[in-house]
Design a protein around this ligand. Structure first.
Ligand code: SF4
Length: 737
């Protein structure tokens, strides 16, 4: 983004350049000089050449760029094209308020291939709310006139940019913009931070405003590109966002000011004085060097670059934590967006209209059948599980009747959807709800779920919650001790929970295991975690927790290094590890439970490599359990038992399918491992590939599979075929055969 002029002929009161914390424009030259333009063009050309880029986007910006004048704009375009012609395609645009736009400017733009975007906030009433001259005059008529000129030269018309004000009528704004037949519309959230939040009459005012437009846009047959909506739809289906405002794709934007200084995304000016400064200049620094600046890198780390709260959010791959500047709070960007509630509601609405939660595309089934499954496939499984948990909570409410907890939950759902979803992703919410509906657990736990979500949302509340064994467990938050038996009175203030009567002053936060940017809960307290085949361990001591941390860190590093193709799915779906009691005979024990999507349970194994194997193995069960919640892969009425090569007792068809799918990963584990640890890995690989292949053939010949099940088993057979052809040195192959 080239700032070709640093002043403006309007005085819009929502402008981030002049009306927010950063006032650096006051010290800049008015216009970019010819010498600076030449240096900029040279830097861009060097960068294109160095990276073999076939396209580069340059936006001429300000201030108001038309104030630079026709000759200066023409010279910028000439210099850029002179340097870049023959090297790459140059997409050259200008963003203007349109006040000075006339046919002579358009002739210049036509001659130099510059397309034009115009800022316009809607109909006259909407536009005049902020976009005025310094003396208070309206700018609406001139902006519309500029667009009318552009409509006569459609090859130059790039689109309209509209900054949202929820005081405006959204449909009037939409209709006013659409009447100008824009090829593209950008709706921009007004720049704000947690320290300077936006004007917000209701908790999701911006989402509600955009949802009205979205519904109308869909009803109209999507008559123009709305970048925000298209980006949500694309990211929902695994594609890339079209805008920096949402999504996890790395930022590729750098700003060059009129004096030639490089700056970070210029909307950072809303955070604090000097926030966008890099300290680099085109005269001394290449674009490669400035791309290595920590402020640029911070916006290029995908999931690892967002806050812990966002990483737990089921919509993070669409939202990406929102526009980077909107995350700022008191010196840190490590927060969800100040528009979190709006983004969650809007993205949830768009997803609900474009994606059926309780189904799985056949392409996803094929990817999962191969033994892997990427982040998108597992995220779709997680979305379905979230929907299932909501339905289970509603069933509990029907059984138990109306309550304060239910009222709080519905309020959280309306106003703090991400906070509620963060709690509902906890695996044992479903385990408890299923037990409750069976009559094996009290409905009172609904209050603990509501309380945990209120803590995430920083919403003050008082309610009676369930205590078990004198402890109050708040899923994803932690444990309060000293509660006594029966219901406990809980107070939540300013994002903290405490017992109203006595008890410790602070809560023991949930334990976490961390390796690099990946983190899961180490759950040793949830009273409903006892739904696995093996008994859970009790509360961990500090020393035991430290041993888990050490083993997990090494196990995850091993998975990242040697099994990278498993990483995206596990990162997208594994939220929790539950310590189990060790088996008496000393063998390794691990488990996954159909009612606890997202959790793997294990006794701490003797070495990190075994923990890595257990995670890979059990996560196969996690994925397949979620697939079986959506699709019928076998005939449930078929009661026959089948031989599984790894067990003495015959298994029902579901058990054989689950075991075979898990052993696909086990085979792959030893296949890779034999390069680092030839024995016993070669022997294990030879053994498991034969057993897994045999089980696949048993499944294929079982006549118990549905057509989808046959497709799934064919996918497993396809995955193992090349491994069967791999050479394994004798005598390792012999025991396998
Ligand atoms: S928590 Fe909020 S800001 Fe973060 S990804 Fe989810 S919706 Fe976006």
């Amino acid at each position: 983004m080239l700032k070709v002029h640093s002043r403006c002929d309007l005085a819009c009161d929502h402008c981030y350049v002049y009306e927010h914390a950063d006032q650096s424009w006051r010290g800049r030259p008015t216009t970019m000089s010819p010498e600076t333009i030449a240096l900029v063009a040279e830097r861009i050309a060097d960068h294109v050449r160095g990276h073999g880029l076939d396209e580069i986007h340059v936006v001429l910006h300000g201030g108001e760029p038309l104030l630079a004048g026709r000759d200066r704009l023409a010279s910028v375009a000439t210099e850029l094209r002179r340097r870049l012609d023959g090297l790459c395609r140059l997409d050259l645009r200008i963003h203007t308020n349109g006040m000075l736009l006339d046919d002579r400017f358009l002739d210049v733009f036509a001659a130099h291939g510059i397309t034009v975007g115009v800022s316009l906030d809607g109909d006259r009433a909407a536009n005049d709310r902020h976009r005025r001259y310094a003396d208070g005059r309206s700018s609406h008529a001139r902006a519309v006139r500029a667009v009318e000129l552009l409509r006569r030269r459609p090859e130059l018309y790039a689109g309209l940019l509209c900054t949202i004000d929820v005081a405006n009528d959204p449909i009037a704004v939409y209709e006013a913009l659409l009447a100008l037949r824009p090829p593209r519309v950008d709706f921009l959230l007004p720049h704000a931070t947690w320290d300077a939040p936006p004007a917000r009459p209701t908790p999701t005012a911006y989402a509600d405003w955009l949802v009205k437009i979205y519904d109308r846009w869909v009803a109209d047959g999507r008559p123009t590109t709305v970048r925000l909506f298209e980006s949500i739809i694309r990211t929902t289906h695994g594609g890339a966002s079209l805008t920096e405002a949402i999504g996890l794709q790395p930022s590729t934007l750098i700003v060059i000011e009129t004096d030639g200084s490089y700056e970070l995304v210029d909307s950072l000016k809303v955070a604090h004085e000097g926030a966008p400064v890099t300290g680099h200049h085109v005269a001394t620094t290449s674009l490669d060097e400035v791309a290595a600046h920590p402020g640029v890198r911070a916006r290029q780390q995908g999931l690892r670059g967002v806050s812990a709260g966002c990483r737990r959010c089921p919509l993070v791959r669409s939202c990406g934590g929102g526009l980077y500047p909107h995350r700022y709070r008191s010196g840190s960007f490590d927060n969800p967006s100040v528009y979190c509630a709006d983004l969650f509601t809007l993205i949830g609405h768009v997803r609900a209209t474009t994606m059926r939660a309780h189904t799985l595309p056949s392409a996803d089934l094929d990817t999962i059948a191969s033994g892997l499954g990427g982040a998108e496939e597992v995220e779709r499984l997680a979305t379905a599980q979230l929907s299932l948990r909501r339905a289970l909570l509603a069933a509990v409410r029907r059984k138990a009747g109306q309550s304060t907890a239910w009222d709080l939950l519905t309020r959280l759902d309306r106003e703090h959807g991400a906070a509620l979803a963060a709690v509902l992703t906890h695996p044992y919410v479903r385990a408890w709800a299923v037990a409750c509906l069976r009559g094996d657990a009290p409905a009172a736990r609904l209050a603990n779920i509501a309380a945990a979500a209120a803590v995430h949302a920083r919403l003050d509340a008082r309610l009676d919650v369930e205590a078990v064994g004198g402890e109050v467990h708040l899923p994803t938050i932690g444990v309060l001790e000293g509660a006594g038996e029966g219901p406990a009175a809980l107070v939540i203030e300013d994002g903290r929970a405490r017992l109203r009567d006595g008890g410790p002053r602070s809560l023991r936060p949930v334990l976490r295991l961390v390796s690099g940017g990946f983190s899961v809960v180490l759950e040793d307290a949830d009273p409903y975690r006892d739904c696995h085949r093996w008994r859970p361990a009790g509360r961990l001591t500090g020393e035991q927790a430290a041993r888990w941390q050490e083993a997990f860190e090494q196990a995850w590093q091993l998975i990242e290094k040697e099994y990278p193709s498993y990483v995206p799915a596990i990162e997208a779906g594994l939220t929790t590890i539950v310590p189990l009691l060790p088996a008496e005979e000393g063998r390794e024990v691990s488990s996954a439970a159909r009612d606890a999507f997202g959790a793997v349970a294990a006794a701490l194994p003797s070495d990190p490599a075994t923990l890595a194997l257990l995670i890979l193995h059990e996560f196969q069960h996690v994925k397949l359990g979620a697939v079986l919640d959506l699709l019928d892969l076998f005939d449930e009425s078929d009661r026959r038992l089948f031989h599984a090569p790894w067990r003495d007792d015959p298994r029902p068809i579901e058990g054989l399918l689950q075991g075979t799918y898990a052993h696909l990963a086990v085979t792959d584990f030893w296949r890779v491992r034999r390069h680092a640890e030839p024995e016993p890995a070669r022997r294990h690989f030879a053994h498991w590939r034969v057993q897994t292949a045999e089980a696949i053939e048993t499944l294929a010949g079982s006549k118990a599979l549905t057509p989808l099940g046959e497709r799934f088993v064919a996918g497993m057979r396809h995955a193992i075929a090349p491994w069967l052809a791999e050479e394994v040195a004798e005598p390792a192959a012999a025991p396998g055969r």
